[in-house]
Ligand binder design. Structure first.
Ligand code: ADP
Length: 519
């Protein structure tokens, strides 16, 4: 009754024994009822939905066989009006529907909330990634959650940290490399396989008369119109080995000699990616080599001339024992002259080499130039040489002191005075003066001699340069006197100048920085 369920107990013949709704006595045999029939036949619980013949409305029946001692003894049947079932099903549907709608709404709400949060965070991460891509490695670092997205954000952060470190290292290394290449004295040009320049240091830009920003990206042969240079690069790219050669280039007014050293440029795997060219300006080096070669040739020649003469005289003397004393004496006198000449030459060479090697390291002590001039004038005066030349020595009052090496300064005055006397014919005049001009002092040697043609004036200070070789030799000159003067003057921080007119005379002026000038 409490469950609202009708219960009927039926025996195997279909006779109703108990029924909760009707009196069994008035109830017909139930053997034909479908559920009962099925339960009897199969021995299993069976159900059916149909109209009750007893109660007259739709009900649901369930018949279960009752088993005792291993065999069926009867059937218990339950029945519920279908209305109730429908009602409870409808109720259930309402519950399920409400629950479903509620759950869906809740899910939607949560999805909305989470997706809002997620899309905000993903948006944030996208921004971070874009900032990193744009080179800002300090972006991000906001997501502090604990889910997968936070893990991803953490990974992005770490990646950006590592990228920053690597970029910093790369930038530092690149700057170091640039600084090293930039401060090299050689020009460095790097090209790719298509001969396009991708690096050019300052010196290279200077040599190729271009600017790095204009040259980068251009083909080497467009930027530097120097045939040998383009050929060298092309050669390296073709046979993948180093090439070296020299090239003469003319930029503006001057010629330059460049040593071109080109090597293949390879990547880590060893594949050819271009070529690197080192440009070494060897103009000065080649000039010095030439000077040295010339010098050696000149020295040998200068030594050989007197030696040949000496040999000639000596051989004649040896070959002809009958030679008369007078001729022999004459020959010996000539030998003596040549020996003196050799000795002067060797002395001058030694002085020159000493001045050249000591250079700036010359001893510097206060020297009174008046004393030196007086001393030299005394030794080299025309009278002492038996010449008919008027000689005037002009000295200022008081000390004229400079910082220098007295021995070398004596050499300067000796050489200038010696030249003036050598190149001034009898009847002429030589003036030796000491002057003060501001913070400089000047030694001036003026003569009324043969003078020097304008074409030669610039060259007379070169070693072995003489306007008239034969005349200089005849007068006992070595061609080294003025280069010694120039070297010593330069080593004292001074300069030497000459004003001359052919046939009228020359004035040599040596200017030196004054040390202390007292009246
Ligand atoms: P040298 O031993 O031949 O005199 P120097 O070096 O002293 O060598 O001089 C170089 C050349 O300069 C001389 O050969 C000469 O032609 C010229 N020269 C030097 N001094 C004078 C001068 N006072 N007058 C004319 N020519 C001079």
């Amino acid at each position: 009754e409490a469950t609202g369920t009708r219960i009927t107990v039926i025996d195997l013949e279909g006779i109703v024994l108990i029924d909760t709704s009707e009196d069994p006595a008035v109830m017909e045999n139930h053997a034909s009822r479908p559920e009962i029939h099925l339960a009897r036949e199969t021995g299993e619980a069976s159900n059916s939905v149909r109209q009750s013949r007893t109660l007259g409305h739709d009900r649901m029946y369930m018949a279960v066989p009752v088993v005792s001692g291993g065999r069926a003894v009867g059937i218990v049947r339950t029945s519920l009006p279908l209305i109730e079932v429908e009602e409870s099903r409808a109720r259930l549907r309402v519950h399920v529907a409400t629950g479903g709608v509620l759950a869906a709404a809740l899910a939607l709400l949560m999805a909305f909330f989470f997706s809002r949060r997620f899309s905000a965070r993903i948006g944030e991460m996208t921004k971070t990634a874009e900032a990193i891509a744009a080179g800002d490695y300090r972006a991000g670092r906001k997501d502090r959650g604990r889910d997968e997205l936070a893990t991803l954000a953490g990974a992005v952060d770490r990646m950006s940290d590592q990228l920053r470190e690597r970029m910093d290292t790369l930038v530092r290394e690149r700057n170091e490399l640039r600084a090293i290449l930039g401060s090299m004295l050689e020009g460095v040009v790097a090209v790719d396989r298509e001969e396009r320049i991708f690096h050019l240091n300052r010196i290279a830009a200077e040599i190729l008369s271009t600017r790095a920003e204009d040259a980068i990206g251009g083909r080497i042969w467009e930027i530097a119109r120097i045939q040998p240079l383009a050929e060298t690069i092309a050669g390296v790219l073709e046979d993948e080995t180093g090439h070296t050669r020299e090239a003469r280039i003319t930029d503006g007014s001057r010629d330059r000699i460049l040593e071109l050293i080109a090597s293949p440029l390879r990547d880590i795997r060893g594949d050819l990616v271009g070529a690197v060219l080192v440009l070494h300006d060897v103009t000065e080096l080649r000039r010095l080599e030439l000077i040295r070669r010339d010098f050696v040739v000149n020295v040998s020649h200068e030594l050989k001339t007197p030696l040949t003469a000496i040999r000639g005289f000596v051989e004649t003397l040896i070959d002809d024992p009958e030679i008369d004393r007078e001729t022999a004496a004459g020959f010996l006198g000539r030998v003596n002259d040549q020996v003196l000449r050799l000795s002067t030459l060797v002395t001058d060479l030694l002085v020159l080499s000493r001045v050249e090697s000591e250079g700036e390291a010359l001893e510097r002590r206060p020297v009174d130039l008046r004393g030196i001039l007086r001393e030299c004038a005394g030794r080299l005066s025309p009278e002492s040489r038996g010449r008919d030349i008027e000689f005037v020595l002009e000295l200022p009052k008081g000390d004229v002191t400079i910082l220098g090496d007295d021995e070398s300064l004596r050499q300067v005055v000796d050489n200038l005075l010696d030249n003036a006397l050598k190149y001034t014919p009898d009847g002429g005049r030589v003036d030796l003066r000491l002057l003060r001009a501001g913070d400089e002092v000047a030694i001036e040697v003026e003569d009324t001699g043969i003078g020097i043609d304008g074409r030669h004036v610039d060259r007379i200070f070169e070693r072995f340069y003489r306007v008239d070789k034969a005349r200089s030799r005849e007068l006992g000159g070595t061609g080294l006197g003025l280069s010694i003067v120039k070297h010593i003057t330069n080593a004292h921080g001074g300069r030497v100048a000459v004003v001359s007119e052919t046939g009228r005379g020359s004035t040599f002026r040596v200017s030196l920085p004054a040390h202390e000038v007292r009246d």
